[in-house]
Design a binder for this molecule. Structure first.
Ligand SMILES: Cc1cc2nc3c(=O)[nH]c(=O)nc-3n(C[C@H](O)[C@H](O)[C@H](O)COP(=O)(O)OP(=O)(O)OC[C@H]3O[C@@H](n4cnc5c(N)ncnc54)[C@H](O)[C@@H]3O)c2cc1C
Length: 451
């Protein structure tokens, strides 16, 4: 034990760590991006390991209980496979009228895009199936807590996992950071940005929750007349009955009869990668869940008998680190639908910023039928040869991130990066920048992707 600057420190003793497995492609994080990356790499022939700190695949889709997806025609491939498997089990519900009862201000201009809900429990099973069919080796309950690098510092050689068995190592040829927060890149010493350019403020965190026992027909009828219970909500705010810093509620019926999903809590001014912040945010968000539930039961027809069904097992984190790669996607790129020769995914969700400091949501709508492109360069980590990002943390500005973060697009980015990693392995390439991106585009098209 030692102390400097008033801080007490312990020195961790040096120890040998056992290498428990090895793969061509090692993906960290099983969210939309990680599933896209791992399934794609494995389907393209690479021996692939996927490491996930929780006990399910899906990330925000499942452990975050999201239960709603902004679907857009510009994401196909693995996302479309996932969607069809959910639909085949009756666990997918399209809600094309949702913009009416949200109050209109978050509606995409493009009628080919729509809101859908899904059953998150079924999603866990579907994602297990997809990973297993592709031959991905998944390790659950394993958090990446360190990295090993080559002597020149440009390549990763292994990852340190913390599991119930202690610490061990997984080695690999190509590493993909799909942790959402860019954990692997941060541990490796890569550069990153956090939040808005002028003040580093991050989009708020939100705990998703679900209510059962809702009279959906009566609720729908009421909500369409009140823009997502906007008037009732604002009146309750004015009376001091509710304190959540949101202008409206985002709510949707799920595929389960009488069940609704709520993207309606908002915790501002905290960072999802900081221990104290995420702990405090979780408690505050659950307090808000109780507050919103009480409001609905008291004031909104159809919700009088509603019962809290579930809160997410972790608070939803929209934005944290964005990793420096060879290209940074900007808000103008999204809004002006910029195209790139090294495209690996398309997107058409607009810049959509939940106010980092309080009430309000800024959406910059896109015209019908247009799309922007995600370049491969936004995934090749600056200063590293065999490390890529495939997650919401690809290189972007705060505004660019606010468009590309929609989950079908993140899954498509993962699919593109997974195919590039598989090509690195198949062609024995040393560096991600040696990848032939036009060949990757061919691989993605052949697999049903839109690039
Ligand atoms: C509240 C909220 C509402 C949203 N609403 C919508 C919506 O309606 N429609 C839509 O399409 N998109 C929505 N989004 C955006 C979208 O859900 C996310 O941007 C997208 O799902 C992110 O996927 P990801 O794979 O990048 O990250 P994540 O979903 O965050 O997944 C990262 C995974 O990595 C794991 N992980 C993290 N660190 C480590 C580590 N060190 N070791 C091992 N594993 C690790 C995590 O457990 C997690 O499973 C919303 C997001 C939030 C937070």
């Amino acid at each position: 034990m030692s102390g400097t600057n008033g801080k007490i420190k312990f020195i961790e003793p040096e120890r040998e760590l056992e290498v428990i497995d090895h793969a061509d492609v090692v993906v960290v994080g099983g969210g939309a991006g990680g599933v896209g990356a791992a399934v794609s790499a494995a389907r393209h022939g690479a021996k692939t390991i996927l490491i996930e700190r929780f006990g399910m695949l899906g990330g925000t889709w499942t452990s975050g209980l999201l239960s709603a997806i902004m679907v857009n025609w510009s994401a196909r491939g693995i996302f479309e496979d996932y969607r069809q498997r959910l639909a085949a089990r009756g666990a997918w519900r399209e809600i094309r009228e949702s913009w009416e009862y949200w109050g209109g201000d978050e509606a995409p201009a493009d009628p080919a895009s729509y809101e859908a809900t899904y059953d998150a429990e079924t999603a866990k099973i579907v994602l297990d199936e997809m990973a297993s069919e592709a031959g991905v080796q998944v390790y659950f309950f394993a958090q990446v807590a360190g990295v090993f690098k080559s002597a020149d510092g440009r390549s990763l050689t292994g990852l340190v996992l913390q599991s119930k068995e202690g610490r061990h190592v997984i080695s690999g040829k190509v590493f993909i950071d799909s942790s959402g927060d860019g954990d692997v890149c941060a541990l490796a010493g890569a550069q990153f940005q956090v939040g808005r350019q002028n003040d580093s403020a991050l989009q708020p965190m939100t705990m998703i929750f679900k209510l059962d026992n809702v009279d959906t027909a009566r609720a729908m009828e009421y909500l369409k007349g009140d823009g997502g219970c906007r008037r009732a909500w604002q009146a309750a705010k004015a009376r001091g009955e509710v304190t959540v810093p949101r202008e409206n509620l985002i709510l949707n019926p799920t595929p389960k009869l009488g069940q609704w999903q709520f993207n309606s809590t908002r915790v501002v001014g905290l960072d999802g990668t900081k221990l104290r912040d995420v702990s405090a945010a979780t408690v505050e968000a659950r307090r808000q869940v109780a507050e919103v539930t009480g409001f609905l039961r008291k004031h909104i027809p159809g919700f009088e008998q509603a019962i809290l069904a579930e809160t997410a097992s972790h608070i939803g984190v929209r934005e944290t680190r964005r990793v420096k790669c060879d290209y940074s996607i900007t808000g103008d790129d999204v809004s002006n639908c910029r195209k790139h020769t090294d495209v690996i995914a398309r997107g058409n969700w607009p810049v959509d910023i939940h106010n980092p400091s309080g009430v309000g949501t800024v959406v910059v709508p896109l015209r019908n039928g247009v799309w922007y492109e995600i370049p491969y360069r936004s995934t090749t980590v600056h200063g590293f040869d065999n490390l890529l990002v495939a997650s919401r943390c690809v290189d972007s500005t705060h505004e660019g991130h606010a468009g590309l973060r929609a989950s079908p697009q993140v899954c498509a980015i993962g699919e593109g990066v997974g195919a590039a990693a598989a090509q690195m392995v198949a062609r024995n390439l040393r560096a991600s920048r040696e990848v032939d991106v036009s060949a990757v585009q061919g691989m993605l098209r052949a697999a049903g992707g839109l690039v």
